[in-house]
Design a protein around this ligand. Structure first.
Ligand code: GDP
Length: 311
């Protein structure tokens, strides 16, 4: 990938796509192609075919997806399956038809079986039943990995897949109904502090363990792997450490400076008990995350609720 190469970042307005664009720009890549979803509906086969034929990108980062937290995944099962399958089928197939030199498909740690041993090694894919609350999303992402591998096998395409752990960062979703836990808790504690609320409600038991990676670290790993990984299968991208939801809540409470109480809502699902990536393959290739969770939370909190609110 050269600085002048034409690179299509699908999903550039999302947290992941926007971080990849920032990373490319900071390295001097200036021929980046983007389309908003209003300009190009990636679920539309003909529209995607026309776009690729007109633009002929050389490299593709496929970071466009329908994403959401545990309740959204559970509620909009049909959309999570249909939208994601359509987006990735269209983009991957057109990348092949139009001779894209390399494509990176981004998945998620929820592709692993619910009760897989921890930490999650790449080879545990398809060794057991999935977590029901995000099965449609996971099925779509697994299909994407297999599609990249099949196009490599049958057509010789250099299409690779990466599986990020839970992410947070700029341009995250802070809607309390559809967001993931980390942005939801930042918002809940911030608003409770502002209104002097006596308590903040956190979902589930607090026992589940999750790993959190800053989107800028993820983008740096994607940039690295786009240059150094050319094989079938996929690479986990994570930090290699996890934290309980209870301790995450306490950490966010501290960063925000909220002094009230935490109440647990056990009517909400816990989801999978633990999701920790084994990152030895990624480390072996020469990459490691840099941002500590506390520093990352401070940075996104400051950006979202202090800087943006003043501006
Ligand atoms: P998951 O990693 O796919 O399970 O997705 P989430 O990030 O949505 O949820 C992770 C864990 O955090 C689950 O056990 C949730 O029940 C718990 N959680 C606690 N409070 C919240 C909240 O306000 N929003 C969300 N999305 N999850 C929460």
């Amino acid at each position: 990938m050269k600085q002048a190469s034409k690179i299509y970042v699908a999903g550039h307005r999302g947290m992941v796509g926007s971080a990849i664009v920032r990373r490319l720009q900071s390295a001097g890549y200036n021929n980046i192609v983007t389309r908003t979803s209003a300009e190009l509906d990636l679920r539309n086969q003909q529209a995607v075919a026309d776009f690729f034929a007109a633009e002929l990108p050389e490299y593709v980062f496929l970071a466009a997806a329908k994403v959401g937290g545990i309740l959204a995944n559970n509620k909009y099962k049909a959309e999570f399956l249909y939208d994601n399958l359509m987006i990735q089928n269209n983009v991957i197939h057109q990348a092949y038809v139009n001779g894209v030199k390399k494509l990176m498909f981004l998945g998620s740690s929820c592709i692993y079986p619910k009760l897989a041993p921890q930490p999650l090694k790449e080879e545990y894919l398809l060794t057991g039943a999935l977590e029901p609350t995000n099965e449609p999303y996971a099925i779509a992402k697994i299909a994407g990995i297999k599609m990249c591998d099949a196009y490599r096998f049958q057509y010789g395409c250099n299409f690779i897949s990466v599986m990020p752990t839970n992410l947070y960062g700029p341009n995250d979703n802070y809607d309390l109904h559809t967001s993931h836990v980390l942005p939801a808790l930042i918002r809940k504690f911030h608003e409770a502090k502002q209104t002097n609320a006596a308590e903040v409600t956190v979902w589930g038991s607090g026992k589940p363990l999750r790993e959190f990676l800053h989107a800028d670290d993820l983008a740096d790993a994607c940039f690295f792997l786009m240059q150094h990984y050319n094989e079938e299968g996929f690479v986990n991208i994570g930090v290699g450490e996890d934290i309980s939801i209870e301790n995450l809540a306490l950490l966010i409470k501290k960063v925000v400076g909220y002094e009230g109480n935490i109440v647990w809502d056990n009517t909400k699902p816990d989801g999978t008990p633990r999701k920790l990536m084994d990152v030895s393959k990624l480390k072996g290739l020469g990459w490691q995350a840099k941002t500590s969770l506390e520093d990352g939370i401070k940075a996104v909190y400051h950006q979202k609720f202090i800087v943006e609110q003043i501006a």
